[in-house]
Ligand binder design. Structure first.
Ligand code: B4P
Length: 191
């Protein structure tokens, strides 16, 4: 089973590349951001709770996100593997993911981290804000807060996966196809 953590700051291209990877390698896409936005749109209790954090660019509490992932893994127990997009974002989430995968005799294969310059991140997110109407992409102070949260709470996961020899940095600057090619070159080494 191929289990890839697609990593990087907000706007690094995780979601964009995840869609291309799942198609090529026949994997299941697991994006906590997408799941949370679906809950928001459906106005569920979970969505209303998550909105308070997402609107400020803060992380949604670990227990909420881990519960969502547990359900998705159970629902897709026959999968060839997963692309984890935007998850884990904290050490607690990373540890919980290891435990959940271990229950079925599986583990994370690799963390592929997209490396993108700060100015490019802001440009991409503001651009998406204009086109998609996503509230957290329209306000520069919310975008900057998401980047700060990434540096303070999420980036330390690079150490977590490096210690296990699973970390790879991928140049995330350039066209979507150029970056996809770089990712595929790495993924192909796991087969
Ligand atoms: P996410 O949905 O994960 O949001 P993101 O990191 O901003 O998106 P992503 O990185 O996937 O977007 P992409 O660059 O592909 O999270 C949103 C919020 O949900 C978080 O702030 C948090 O509140 C909450 N949340 C989610 N997961 C959580 C967790 N595990 N724990 C706690 N809270 C959680 O795309 C950005 C734009 O760039 C797009 O418009 C795309 O078209 C464009 N783009 C991509 N690649 C490009 C390229 N090479 N060139 C030009 N444009 C490009």
């Amino acid at each position: 089973m191929l289990n890839i953590v697609l990593f990087g700051p907000p706007g690094a291209g995780k979601g964009t590349q995840a869609y291309k990877l799942i198609e090529k390698y026949k994997l299941v896409h697991l994006s906590t951001g997408d799941i949370l936005r679906a809950e928001l749109a459906a106005k569920t209790k979970l969505g209303e709770e998550a909105r308070k954090f997402m609107d400020k660019g803060e992380l949604v509490p670990d227990e909420v996100v881990i519960g969502m992932i547990r359900k998705k893994l159970n629902d897709n127990s026959e999968a060839n593997g997963f692309i984890f997009d935007g998850f884990p974002r904290t050490k607690e989430q990373a540890k919980a993911l290891d435990v959940l995968l271990d229950e079925s005799g599986n583990s994370i294969t690799a963390m592929l981290a997209l490396d993108v310059e700060h100015a490019e991140l802001v440009k991409r997110l503001l651009n998406r804000g204009k086109n998609s109407g996503r509230a957290d992409d329209q306000d520069i102070s919310i975008i900057e807060n998401r980047v700060i949260v990434y540096h303070n709470e999420t980036k330390l996961l690079i150490d977590y996966y490096s210690e296990q020899g699973k970390f790879s940095s991928i140049n995330g600057m350039g066209t979507i196809d150029e970056i996809f090619k770089r990712l595929c070159q790495k993924v192909d080494t796991f087969y």
